[in-house]
Ligand binder design. Structure first.
Ligand code: ZN
Length: 151
């Protein structure tokens, strides 16, 4: 099984590398609840020591679907389709998705995803606690003077 590569780490950051997105299939994990093997999925919270979000990279081979629909208890999810095309369903609504599609799903939305194309679908999922974002975009940022070391 493929391992996440640590790039650099210090008090205020953790940097990792997943490798080529074309090799996501080499990652797999055992689902903590149903103990099933999940191929082509990698979670980043532990590797990056994230405290407010869980990010995963996922892949679906051509003409396959996630084998189950699911909901969450507290977390909303944002799906970002990076490659491929197919369908996304939330509750009774089903719609087409493709590279560049972004879908935010509330915790109780019954969600499923399928790849109906001839190419591998690659997508990210960002999971965070619903209604936890208090300050955002530029309201939470602050410019500071730093001389870049890459020059
Ligand atoms: Zn989920």
């Amino acid at each position: 099984m493929k391992q996440i590569e640590n790039l650099s780490e210090n008090e205020h950051y953790s940097a990792v590398n997943l490798g080529s997105l074309n090799e996501l299939m080499d990652y797999n994990l055992i689902h903590p609840v149903n103990k099933r093997l999940i191929e082509g999925k990698v979670f980043l919270k532990d590797a990056t020591k994230a405290t407010g979000t869980e990010v995963s990279f996922n892949m679906l081979p051509p003409h396959t679907e996630q084998p189950y629909f699911h909901i969450h208890r507290k977390n909303e999810e944002t799906y970002i389709i990076l490659k491929g095309e197919g369908f996304f369903q939330v509750d009774e609504d089903c719609f087409q998705i493709k590279e560049g599609s972004v879908i935010r799903v509330a915790p109780q939305g019954k969600r499923g995803i399928c790849n109906s194309s001839d190419e591998t679908m690659i997508y990210m999922v960002i999971q965070s606690k619903e209604d936890s974002l208090e300050e955002y975009t530029t309201a939470d940022g602050e410019r500071i003077p730093v001389e870049p070391k890459w020059r």
